[in-house]
Design a protein around this ligand. Structure first.
Ligand SMILES: Cc1cc2nc3c(=O)[nH]c(=O)nc-3n(C[C@H](O)[C@H](O)[C@H](O)COP(=O)(O)O)c2cc1C
Length: 182
């Protein structure tokens, strides 16, 4: 795959630590990886982990002062070849499907979709949450609008339940990114 500019959105799921491996792999393949973390994602993994692995600043705040006075969410969306949200919480999927843009990540995804950029959503959540009809409907709505999805795996989840909801494997997410970009 040619070197790409990838925005990686990380949300407040226990699977957030797996996004560090994804960021690492994509960076080592030569891609520019701009990580955007929600406030809740920062409860699980420190931005320092991602900035060290990607050798890039990590974006967390819509209203932070930027040295180049860029409007950050538009700059990130315009510059992206693809926006990947991994892991994607039920909450962020609902916000994207509902047209809510109340933090940097959801504003970037909304702008990126408006610019016609490909988006890949990688859900990770408890099985009961994943099977909740509201979550299902949100996923169906986004899929019908052209958003890509990396389907979660069936596994013993962090909560102890066995079922579908574990973040797709890094290899499968990378394959899905490549498929979206070609
Ligand atoms: C320990 C813990 C683990 C969680 N794991 C998940 C998860 O895997 N998937 C999910 O959808 N929500 C999970 N949540 C709930 C989200 O953190 C919560 O919905 C939050 O509002 C998501 O915020 P965000 O989407 O802005 O990052 C978890 C919460 C806690 C306390």
């Amino acid at each position: 795959m040619k070197m790409k500019n990838i925005v990686l959105g990380v949300t407040g799921s226990i699977a957030a630590y797996k996004a560090a491996d994804l960021a690492n792999r994509l960076t080592k393949e030569g891609h520019t990886v701009n990580v955007v973390m929600t406030k809740n994602a920062r409860e699980f993994v420190a931005p320092l982990t991602f900035s060290t692995l990607t050798k890039r600043p990590v974006y967390t705040d819509s209203f932070a002062d930027t040295p180049d006075y860029d409007v950050e969410h538009i700059g990130l969306a315009k510059g992206a070849d693809i926006v990947v949200v991994a892991p994607a919480t039920a909450n962020v999927i609902g916000k994207i499907a509902g047209g809510i843009a109340d933090d940097l990540l959801t504003t970037v995804t909304m702008a990126a979709a408006g610019y016609g950029k490909p988006l890949l959503i990688c859900p990770a959540m408890n099985t009961a949450m994943y099977e909740n009809p509201i979550v299902k409907k949100n996923i169906e709505k986004l899929a019908a609008l052209g958003y890509g999805f990396a389907e979660p795996r069936e596994s013993v989840l962090a909560c102890g339940d066995l079922g579908k909801g574990a973040l797709a494997d890094t290899d499968d997410i990378i394959k899905a990114i490549e498929a979206k970009l070609t």
